[in-house]
Structures are given as C-alpha cells and as structure tokens.
Design a protein around this ligand. Structure first.
Ligand code: ZN
Ligand code: ZN
Length: 290
C-alpha cells in the first residue's frame, strides 16, 4: 500500500502547486489519508452476509442494505490507527492538537474501551462521547473525528463486501447510499460522462442520473443548475433551487492526476465558501477545517 500513499502525496503536491493556500491543510490530511491506507492493508473484516430474501425486500423497497449499527470493525487495526492519528494531529499544530494530545494520553493510560467507543459511534450514541470526552478532558468533536477516521478503513472494506449484494442491473435511483443509507459527500463525472455519488459515511460509490438532486430527488431541469469557474473546469457545484442544497462535483475525465476523493473533498473547500456566500447549504456537514 506504499504505492497509494505515494499517489496521495503526488496528488496533494499537484493541488498545492495550483492552490498554495491549501498547503497546510493538505499537509495535514495527506498524513491522515496515508495512515488510513496503510492501516487498510492490515485490516481484516469478515465480509457482510445478507440472506437472499432480505436482499430482495431491500432492493424492492429501496432500503439500504445495512444499517450503520451493523458495520463490523477490526478493533485491533483501528485502535492502532487511532493512536497514529492522535500523533499526527498533535504534531500538526492546529486547533485540534491539544485535544488530540489529551486523547492520546487517555489511550496510553488505558482509559478508552475501544469496543465501547466504536459501538457508541455506530449507534450514534452522542451521550457516550459527551461523557468520555469530559472524563478524559478532551474536546468531544476531536474525539469523534479521531474515532471515525480510525474506523474508516473498516467501514469502506465492510461496505465493499456488502455492495456485492446490490442489484447491478437496476439503477438505484435514490440520493442516499444503497449500502448504508447516508447522504453523498461528493459527486463525480467519469468515463462516458457517467455520474456517480460517493457516500459520506462508508465511501461507497454508486451510479446516479446526471440531472438529479440527491438531497430532495428533484429531477426538474428548470430548478437544477450549477456554478463553475473557467479556471477550474474540473470542478463544479451542483445546485438545487428546490431544497437549496448543493453538492460538489469532480470531473475526473479532465484530471490527469490520481483522483483520491477524500482529498478532493478537502481541496475544494473554496467551493463550499462560494456556495455558502450565494446562500446555499451543504448537503452534509462539512469536514473539520484546519
Ligand atoms: Zn454508505
Ligand atoms: Zn434538492
């Protein structure tokens, strides 16, 4: 997996050259993503097993294949990544650094029960995060950031195993992820101009109609439009006047460099600012900004 870390680094360098304002934030995320990819190579997950009758009911009713609480996590690989992420954040000297140090120390002192912590995240148990954050005197959002990012390799791997049960012959046609039901974080145009949406939680990518708002399922050409800049033809912001939300789109056909979507999401924060200035809302909560 050293190879993918190198590709991420090259992509980050290419973006930094064009937009130097992103240097600090990309230096930071490049380390996070590389650590995740290295951890992914060592992550082992039992593949999802879904009974045929459940698969057909879910496909018919357009229910996602699995709920978030059903995701399996490689706790051992994730806790190692957790420690590594704390170190990266602490060294990066941003607004999360001191909280990351507190989390790191709590981990060294064995104050964190990883089975409980990951179960809390997968059951959306906010109270658990409030309690443990106050116990270890760390910021709750930073703890949640490290926790989610430490299980991201497991989530992607488990989602991929579940995605084998999806009906490839019939378009999903929904704005939420067919695997886990979450909203998309980014949209892409790929070969032949086909559009895909990528899940903000499990990072599964699924095909989508081009003229379609994933947040309210609007398909009316009159109320769907986009913003784009001549200087950055690889990006655009797809906007829906019906629900007032937007999603960023990367035209991967235009980019000759390696496209790593979590990095594209970070490298396009100026588009979020532009969309917000025009009064539109992001369809998903924005990533932590450094
Ligand atoms: Zn998903
Ligand atoms: Zn909409």
């Amino acid at each position: 997996m050293a190879e993918i870390s190198d590709k991420i680094k090259r992509t980050a360098n290419a973006v930094k050259k064009i937009r130097p304002a992103y240097s600090k934030i990309l230096d930071f995320y490049e380390k996070i993503f590389s650590a995740q990819e290295k951890s992914a190579a060592k992550t082992e997950i039992k593949p999802a097993q879904i009974a045929d009758n459940i698969v057909s009911i879910k496909a018919k009713e357009k229910f996602p294949l699995i709920s978030i609480s059903e995701f399996l996590v490689d706790v051992n690989a994730s806790r190692k990544l957790f420690k590594k992420l704390c170190k990266i954040i602490n060294k990066s000297e941003n607004h999360m650094s001191s909280a990351a140090e507190a989390v790191f120390i709590a981990n060294e002192n064995k104050q964190i029960d990883f089975n409980e912590l990951y179960a809390a995240l997968l059951h959306d148990n906010d109270a658990y995060f409030v309690n443990i954050a106050s116990e270890i005197k760390a910021d709750k959002d930073v703890l949640a950031f490290v926790t989610y990012n430490s299980i991201r390799p497991s989530l992607s791997m488990f989602a991929e195993s579940a995605s084998k049960y999806l009906d490839k012959d019939n378009p999903w046609g929904k704005g939420y992820c067919p695997v886990c039901g979450n909203t998309p974080v980014i949209s892409t145009f790929e070969s032949d101009g086909k559009r895909f949406l990528t899940c903000s939680f499990c990072w599964h990518k699924w095909p989508s109609a081009r003229l379609f708002c994933p947040f309210c399922e609007n398909r009316d050409a009159g109320t769907l439009h986009y913003l784009f800049s001549e200087d950055e033809q690889e990006y655009r912001i797809d906007i829906c006047d019906r629900c007032n939300k937007y999603i960023k789109n990367v035209d991967t056909r235009i980019l000759s460099r390696f496209v790593y979507l979590p990095l594209e999401q970070i490298a396009t924060l100026h588009l979020d600012i532009m969309a917000k200035e025009k009064g539109y809302e992001s369809g998903v909560p924005l990533e932590f900004q450094v």
